[in-house]
Design a protein around this ligand. Sequence first.
Ligand code: QV4
Ligand code: CA
Length: 471
Amino acid sequence: MGIYFLLFIVGLCWGQYNPNTQPGRTSIVHLFEWRWADIALECERYLAPNGFGGVQISPPNENLVIADPLQPWWERYQPVSYKLCTRSGNEAEFRDMVTRCNNVGVYVYADAVVNHMCGGNAGAGNYSTCGSYFNAETKDFPAVPYSAWDFNDAKCKSRSGDIEDYQDVPQVRNCRLVNLLDLALEKNYVRSKIAEYMNYLIDIGVAGFRIDAAKHMWPGDVKAILDELKDLNTKWFSAGAKPFIYQEVIDLGGEPITGSQYFGNGRVTEFKYGAKLGMVIHKWNGEKMAYLKNWGEGWGFVPSDRALVFVDNHDNQRGHGAGGTSIVTFWDARLYKMAVGFMLAHPYGFTRVMSSYRWPRYFKNGVDVNDWVGPPSNSDGSTKSVTINADTTCGNDWVCEHRWRQIRNMVIFRNVVDGQPFSNWWDNGSNQIAFSRGNRGFIVFNNDDWSCLYALIFSCLFPPARPTAAA
Ligand code: QV4
Ligand code: CA
């Protein structure tokens, strides 16, 4: 009896940390702001054939429609209800996407914005993506429904009602993140409405969730919600499979709230990863690739099986969130291929590839004042479809980093070497490194500007200024 009981418990726990991807598929891609119809097509025509395990989608629930600035990308982080209509598509399109992606073994991970509703100064009306009425002033969201009783304001002790001090733990959890109406997650009613929303997505076929702004929710409240979640839909997943959970907790050190406080719920986003790798790839502060020999927990990151890792994300690629100027993005294509290539070659963490859109950056005093600009749009405000060029790149200002040859190949490399140990490290003491993954894969990087990388055959295998990752 004992052993079975233990296995059952392990099975219960193991689920939240397991991405549920099909065997041999070891990465997901964040198709940021893509339309559901385009994601369905991409699952079938590209992600499945190239070994991607899944796709993170933008928040699928009804959000505030903001006129000034005009429909910023971040309006999708201001919920009005849990109805499934957004500029990515309606419920029918959402269902079609999940079914078609699941049918080709590419699973869907939804961005769950459940810490808050819209901004406190959003006014009142029906300017929302399903047309639902709301009143931010009175905290009335009849389409859920939520009323003023379901929000935290009375609990918040800061002067403004917003989070003012990240050293004050109750403030970070109970006050408004940039004035967003903060939900009272200790209330069973609020927990039940959120669990109802997430279970609705699970019934449709979703495989897991990114928990937005998890740092701003008490770990116990998050757990209480997760404990109400169903097992995954057995139409695509084995009986008893649990939703994969990765919580957005920005922890660069120096704050009382840490990623490890959330390990009981699932994985956490390891923001130190992108920030530190960016420093190394930029060769700033004396950082060099030779130092990557002990990459991972050796650099103070969370344990590998609790980490969701990425080079950049939708926030820090445009100066939001964490990571600062060290973050490498698609705007620096040469460095970006190297950073993503290294991430996919190294065994640490569960990897997420970013897929972005180009926006008209405009720097004033070193700050991009166009960081708010939403996805490529038609004149009526609808999101442009993702067109595919003859050379397999994307049009309409969709960057499609996941389709870049070096990145696609490294997604496949990671699949091929899955489970193989990090071994045979070599470096030149500077920015030329090489390592294998067991006897299944071998990779070389040359990020030195001044020297060829000579191999045994004494030829200049990898000339400088052309960082190369040979899989
Ligand atoms: C502003 C002021 C407030 C003021 C308010 C009054 O900052 O002090 O009270 O106006 O109107 C947008 C605007 C922001 C505005 C806010 C409320 O940018 O200027 O407040 O709306 O109107 C995204 C964007 C935010 C955006 C938010 C809501 O990044 O700029 O705010 O969506 O639209 C921390 C958190 C971390 C968070 C990160 C950005 O710990 O969890 O900040 N990351 C996640 C998401 C991120 C999203 C949110 C959380 C909120 O990844 O995309 O913020 O859901 O580090
Ligand atoms: Ca909160």
